[in-house]
Design a protein around this ligand. Structure first.
Ligand code: GDP
Ligand code: MG
Length: 295
C-alpha cells in the first residue's frame, strides 16, 4: 500500500540523458528518448510506485514552457496536488567544467532553496579518475544532498538514485491513481474526456460498465489529429443506449468529446467512435491490461 509520496524534478540541459534516466528508473519506455534535444513534451515524466512510495518525476520547469494544452493540463494537475517539489535531481554529463546552462541551474537552485541531488550521467564514457575530478568540481560549487554517478543507458547506479529520492518521501495519500499510464498521456486524456461525456449524457449504470480504448492516435503533417475511440460496454442493451436512436446519442457524445479534445490539443481533431460489447471485461485481467490499467 502506498503511504508516502515524493515529487522530484529532473533538471538538466537537453541531451544529458533525462529521458533515458526516467526510462531506467521505471523500467519502461515512458519518456521519449531522442538524440535530438527538446523532445520531451509534457512536464510529467513518470509516476512510479515502489513498495510504500509513489515517485512522481517531473520535467525541468522553466526550461521550456508547456507547449501544448496537454502540457498545461499536466502542470495544473501537479500544481493542484502539491505546492512544490520535494527535491531536484540535476543531471549533468561527465565533463570537468561546469557549463553555462548548468551554472544557471545552480543559481536557480540556490534561489529556490530546494534540496538537490547531483546526478552525473554517462559514466560509461569516462575513466574513474576523471569522474572523481568532476565530483570534486561540483561538490565545490554547490551543497548537494548527494552526488550519484550513473549510467542511465547501462542501468548503473539507478537503485542508489531511487534510494536518494526515497529519503525525501513524505507521508500522505498517493497523488496519482494506480492505473495511471504515462507512456502516452494524450491517449489517457482523450479516454477521460470521452468517459466524461458518457457520464454527462447517460444514466449512471451504463457509463459505469464501460471502458474506453483509444485505438488510433495519429498526427498528420499539418497537425490535424485522427482518433479512433472504442467504447466497450458490458451488455447489448447498453450498446443500444450509447448509440441511441438513429445513432443520435453517439453522435452527441462524439461531438462534445471532440470539442474538448480540440481545446486540449490545440488543433483540429477527427474523431471516430465505435461501440462494442465485451461482457465482464472488468473481471478479465488481460482485458484490463489492454485498457491501460496496469496496476
Ligand atoms: P534528454 O534530452 O536529457 O532527455 O536526453 P535523452 O535521454 O534523450 O538522451 C540523449 C542522448 O544521450 C541519447 O542518445 C541517449 O542514448 C544518450 N545517453 C543517455 N544516457 C546515457 C548513458 O548513460 N551513457 C551514454 N553513453 N549515453 C547515454
Ligand atoms: Mg528528453
Amino acid at each position: 500500500m502506498i503511504t508516502k509520496s515524493v515529487m522530484i524534478t529532473i533538471a538538466g540541459r537537453p541531451n544529458v540523458g533525462k529521458s533515458t534516466l526516467v526510462n531506467a528508473l521505471t523500467g519502461e519506455k515512458v519518456a521519449i528518448v531522442s538524440p535530438k534535444p527538446q523532445t520531451t513534451r509534457s512536464r510529467i515524466f513518470a509516476v512510479l510506485n515502489r513498495d510504500d512510495t509513489q515517485f512522481v518525476l517531473l520535467d525541468t520547469p522553466g526550461f521550456h514552457k508547456a507547449r501544448t494544452r496537454l502540457g498545461e493540463y499536466m502542470v495544473n494537475v501537479v500544481k493542484e496536488s502539491v505546492a512544490d517539489v520535494d527535491a531536484v535531481a540535476l543531471v549533468v554529463e561527465p565533463v570537468d567544467n561546469i557549463g553555462t546552462q548548468e551554472q544557471l541551474l545552480l543559481e536557480q537552485l540556490n534561489k529556490s532553496g530546494v534540496p538537490a541531488i547531483l546526478v552525473i550521467n554517462k559514466i560509461d564514457t569516462v575513466k574513474k579518475e576523471e569522474l572523481l575530478r568532476i565530483i570534486a568540481l561540483y561538490a565545490g560549487a554547490f551543497i548537494f544532498t548527494a552526488i550519484v554517478p550513473i549510467s542511465a543507458k547501462k542501468g548503473d547506479g539507478i537503485k542508489d538514485l531511487l534510494h536518494e529520492f526515497q529519503k525525501f518521501a513524505v507521508e500522505g495519500p498517493q497523488l496519482f491513481p494506480d492505473g495511471m499510464v504515462t507512456d502516452q498521456p494524450e491517449k489517457q486524456i482523450v479516454a477521460e474526456l470521452v468517459r466524461e461525456k458518457l457520464l454527462m449524457c447517460l444514466d449512471r449504470e451504463v457509463p459505469h460498465g464501460t471502458a474506453i480504448e483509444v485505438t488510433m492516435f495519429s498526427e498528420r503533417d499539418d497537425g490535424i489529429i485522427d482518433l479512433d475511440v472504442t467504447i466497450y460496454c458490458e451488455k447489448q442493451s447498453h450498446k443500444g443506449m450509447i448509440i441511441g436512436k438513429n445513432g443520435e446519442m453517439l453522435k452527441k457524445i462524439g461531438q462534445l468529446a471532440r470539442t474538448d479534445i480540440e481545446r486540449f490539443m490545440g488543433t483540429k481533431v477527427f474523431l471516430q467512435t465505435w461501440v462494442k460489447v465485451k461482457e465482464n471485461w472488468r473481471d478479465s485481467q488481460s482485458a484490463m491490461r489492454n485498457f491501460g490499467f496496469t496496476s
